[in-house]
Ligand binder design. Structure first.
Ligand code: NAD
Ligand code: UDP
Length: 329
């Protein structure tokens, strides 16, 4: 029988790539989304397929479905999006986990949860292994997301221990690629958009903070490897260990676009982590997974997509989309 797979947040950046891959595998895909940070146009080409369904629903409200597997991705991921309505972000993380776990328990379904490197906060262990418990400011502007994701992990483990639910927790590090929201305010989309338009490149802080960027196809391979494994409760880090400063990233984007934009320094958003790099030893040993697409190659594909996309058709989902908020004193 065809596997019925629910993807919450399925119209979003990662969700839309995942839905496509699941359809390619012959699964019956139910894409649930409230379209907060996404557009139906991203999944338009799937809408008429017999093995694809779109459900407009907010996961903070209960829902029941008969499914065999669940990928819980619903949650705004960009700081400018998740800080717009922080209370809603916490609800999406907590109630979203609760409602999808309820469905997993009722159906005996396997559930994958999209957690994040943000659970490590501003890490003082580098690179970050899964055993590191993090350095999160519980009352900061990023906490709605960081702590929301942490409590969702807790709930996943409590359903696993109490009710035997088969959980798969991935801690995802910064991911980029085609069909990311051009106005999500994240660094890759900002830099590419700015470089292509000949606008100033906005460097937050001194640009010496680091991130590790994973191309979307590599990441989705990791999702599927986790779900296919006999046992992969996790948490397992999924990300590309290549580590770059924001200045290095800006210069690489300029080189690849052939742009000559000036770099301008802007204030650093509140609680912006100074460094981030996944230790993927566990993913390699348990899943045989590691990323294969280097940053310059992935950026080229992403730049090509941005060049061919009509940005006027996209609207920023929130007024403060350009990046994370700066703490007022
Ligand atoms: P995205 O914003 O493009 O996608 C999130 C999707 O969830 C959107 O389609 C949005 O409309 C939907 N959504 C938000 N709140 C909802 C709600 N209450 N009910 C139903 N749908 C809702 O972000 P993304 O980059 O695709 O991220 C997907 C998941 O992966 C998120 O859970 C995010 O926290 C996690 N993640 C992403 C990254 C990354 O670099 N992209 C890194 C770490 C973790
Ligand atoms: N950043 C930047 N310029 C921008 C957008 C972001 O320098 O126009 C920085 C930001 O301060 C952070 C890094 O890039 O240090 C990654 O930001 P992003 O919002 O993409 O992801 P996150 O901070 O959640 O890892």
């Amino acid at each position: 029988m065809t596997q019925r797979t629910l993807v919450t947040g399925g119209a979003g950046f990662l969700g839309s790539h995942l839905c496509q891959r699941l359809l390619d595998r012959g699964e019956h895909v139910i894409c649930l989304d409230n379209l907060f940070t996404s557009r139906k146009e991203t999944i338009e080409h799937m809408l008429d397929l017999p093995n694809f369904e779109f459900v407009l629903h907010d996961i903070t409200n209960p829902i029941e479905m008969q499914v065999d597997a669940i990928y819980n991705l619903a949650c705004p991921a960009a700081p400018g999006h998740y800080q717009h309505n922080p209370i809603k972000t916490i609800k999406t993380n907590l109630l979203g986990a609760m409602h999808t776990l309820g469905m997993a328990k009722a159906n005996g379904a396997k559930i994958f949860h999209a957690s994040t490197s943000e659970v490590y906060g501003d890490p003082d262990v580098h690179p970050q292994p899964e055993s590191y418990r993090g350095n999160v400011n519980p009352i900061g502007l990023r906490a709605c997301y960081d702590e929301g994701k942490r409590v969702a992990e807790t709930l996943m483990f409590d359903y696993h221990r109490k009710h035997g639910v088969d959980i798969r927790i991935a801690r995802i590090f910064n991911t980029y690629g085609p069909s990311m929201h051009p106005f999500d305010g994240r660094v890759v989309s900002n830099f590419i958009r700015q470089a292509l338009a000949g606008e100033e490149i906005t460097i937050f802080g001194d640009g010496m903070q680091t991130r590790s960027f994973c191309y979307v196809d590599d990441l989705i391979n990791g999702f599927l490897a986790m779900m296919d494994a006999d046992k992969a409760t996790g948490p397992i880090n999924l990300g590309n260990p290549g580590e770059f400063t924001m200045l290095e990233l800006a210069n690489l984007v300029l080189e690849l676009t052939g742009g000559d934009s000036k770099l301008v320094m802007k204030p650093l958003p509140a609680d912006d982590p100074t460094q981030r790099q996944p230790d993927i030893t566990l993913a390699k040993s348990t899943l045989g997974w590691q990323p294969t697409i280097p940053l310059n190659e992935g950026l080229q594909k992403t730049i090509e997509w941005f060049s061919n996309t009509k940005l006027s058709e996209w609207t920023p989902p929130t007024p403060n989309w350009e990046g994370g908020l700066v703490e007022s004193s």
